[in-house]
Ligand binder design. Sequence first.
Ligand code: MLT
Length: 323
Amino acid sequence: MPDILVSENVSGAEMDDLKKKYQVVYEPELFKDQNKLMGMIGDFRAIVVRNQTKVNADLIAAGKKLQVIGRAGVGLDNVDHVAASSAGIVVAFAPMQNSISVAELAIGLMISMARMIPAADKSTKAGGWDRKKFTGVELFGKTLGIVGLGRIGFLVANRAKAFGMKIIAHDNFVNPDSFTVSEIGAELVSLDELFKRADVISVHTPETPQTAKMFNAAAFAKMKPTAFFMNTSRGGVVDEEALIEALRSKKIAGAALDVRSVEPPKPSPLTEMENVILMPHVAAFTNEGQDRVQKCVCADVDAVLSGRPAMNYFNFAMPKKNA
Ligand code: MLT
C-alpha cells in the first residue's frame, strides 16, 4: 500500500529518508496531468507538492485516505486549505524557511533596476560601451514602499535600511506597535500614499480574492514616473496588461517580476522591454532555502504519518479524520 505521493520535484536527504521509511511514489511531473493525479490520489495518506500541483476541492475529495498535504514552500494559493480543513487533513507548509532567499533576491532586483545591470551587461557583452545610457540612480535616501509587512517584507526592509533608504509600508494586519514596525523604523501608510511616495515598490502579499490584481491601472497611475515596481510574491496580484501599459506610457520607470499571472508565462511584450527584469519564479530557490524547505515539509509529513503532531501547519497539527 503506497503512503506518499510526490507530484513535483522535492528532493534532498530528508526525502531520501522518507523513501526508506515509507512507500513513496515519486512522479515530479505528475502535476501536469490532473486526471492521472485524480486517479491516483485515493490510495495515498500524504501528498507532497510545490506550487504547481492543483490541490483543489475535487482532488481533496478524491483523497479519501489523505491525512496530510505537504506544501514545500509558503504560498498556499494552489492548495484549497478550506476544503482540506473541512476534510480534516493537515496542511503542512514551510513558513520562514525560504524568506531570506526571497528577501535577498528582492534586494538584488532593486539594485539591478536602479543600476540597469541586466541591460548594461547585455549591451556590454554585445560590444557596447555606453556609459551615459547606463547612468543609474542611488538607493541612498530613496523611499522603499513595502506592500505586505510579513516575514519577507520585514527582511527586505531591514536590508534596505542598510542602504540608507526610508521605509514606508502598507499592511492591514500588522500591529503598529510591533517589533516588526519599530525595528525597521517603518512608517505605516495607506496604499494610495505608498503609491504616491515610494521610489521602489516591493510586493510581499499573498494572492487572495482581496489582493487579486490589486496592482492595476488605477494603482500604476498613482505611482511616480521614476518608480520601480517589483514583485516576488504572486503573479496574480498584478494586472499584467495594466503593468505593460504603465511601462509603455512611462507611468513608472521599470519593473522586476519573479512571478507571473500564468506560469510558465505566455509570450508577452514584457520580454522586449529593456527596463523590465524577468525571473522564472526562483526567489525561494537557493541551496540553503530549499534545504530548509524540504527538511521542514518532510519532517512534518513523517510526523503526521507516524501519529505525531506537525510543527509547521496552516490549519491543525494532527489529522481530524480516521486513518
Ligand atoms: C513559496 O511560496 O514558497 C515560493 O513562492 C516558492 C514556491 O512557490 O514554491
